[in-house]
Design a protein around this ligand. Structure first.
Ligand SMILES: Nc1ncnc2c1ncn2[C@@H]1O[C@H](COP(=O)(O)OP(=O)(O)OP(=O)(O)O)[C@@H](O)[C@H]1O
Ligand SMILES: [Mg+2]
Length: 251
């Protein structure tokens, strides 16, 4: 029996982003899965800039240069719910988006303590406020019990319960087996780059409910910085696109 490997190539700016903006409903989560250096952060930044007005990108590395290139203003300290709400209202009035990078640059242990506190408070407030898209760059760093954040419980709660609050969680990671299974299970959209790792292929087939052969077939011919985007409808073709990479020069 012939297997269908339907992949639809779409130009990033003129085709993919406008379409995804319509498809990606508030409360739907996105998982971006790829090895290091494939362009997860670049993809997420472009996606959020085009599709979301209210966004918080957590800088769990304490100074990720790719996050810097988003050009979002940075909260070195989380301002708290009330101030964040007021800031959004002012931005709305003045026709500006409310998109921020959250976290101080961390060099010392004291910086790291501050970063953990800032990210933790930001997550809880964002959860209570609703309406935000939260980007957890490097989900493993945020949820691993051996790392200082150790926020798996909080992340799971947001992944499961945030839909009703219009919160979309965008998480990037290298392998499904390295992070909370909720990241895959609760994702409405999965974004993947070429990958030969059998655990990743099997994990993806599992998350997406598509045959392993289809996933392997779709990966064939993918080049660096090419992305496949799949939703929960296993009969819909996967989308294929490459972000336009525009490094922003710091002012
Ligand atoms: N669409 C693209 N077109 C051209 N170059 C790209 C593209 N996406 C990413 N790159 C290049 O690859 C580099 C790595 O991208 P990025 O930091 O987004 O990867 P990553 O998967 O988040 O890596 P890490 O695991 O280190 O966080 C970028 O600095 C850029 O030079
Ligand atoms: Mg990255």
């Amino acid at each position: 029996m012939g297997q269908r490997f339907e992949v639809e190539p779409l130009d990033w700016e003129t085709e993919f982003l406008p379409r995804f903006k319509d498809l990606w409903r508030p409360g739907e989560h996105v998982s971006i899965i790829a090895p290091t250096g494939e362009g997860k952060t670049v993809f997420a930044g472009g996606l959020i800039e085009a599709c979301r007005k209210y966004a918080l990108a957590l800088d769990v590395k304490g100074g990720d240069s790719s996050l810097e290139s988003f050009g979002f203003p940075r909260f070195e300290k989380w301002p708290g719910q009330k101030s964040a709400g007021e800031l959004c209202a002012r931005n709305d009035e003045e026709g500006r988006p409310s998109r921020y990078v959250v976290g101080n640059r961390a060099r010392t242990h004291a910086d790291l303590d501050k970063l953990v506190d800032t990210v933790n408070r930001c997550l809880w407030d964002a959860y209570e406020m609703g309406g935000w898209t939260i980007y957890a760059d490097e989900l493993l760093v945020l949820t691993d019990p051996r790392q200082p954040f150790d926020l798996r419980g909080t992340v799971d709660k947001i992944l499961v319960a945030a839909r009703d609050r219009g919160i979309s969680f965008v998480g990037s990671y290298q392998q499904p087996s390295w992070v909370t299974p909720m990241a895959g299970r609760q994702a409405s959209w999965v974004v993947v780059s070429r990958n030969r790792n059998i655990d990743v292929v099997n994990g993806l087939a599992d998350i997406l409910g598509r045959p392993k052969a289809e996933i392997r077939g779709a990966f064939k011919g993918l080049e660096k910085h090419h992305w496949l985007i799949a939703g929960r409808d296993a009969s819909a073709p996967m989308m294929l696109t490459t972000p336009t990479y525009k490094p922003k020069v710091a002012p």
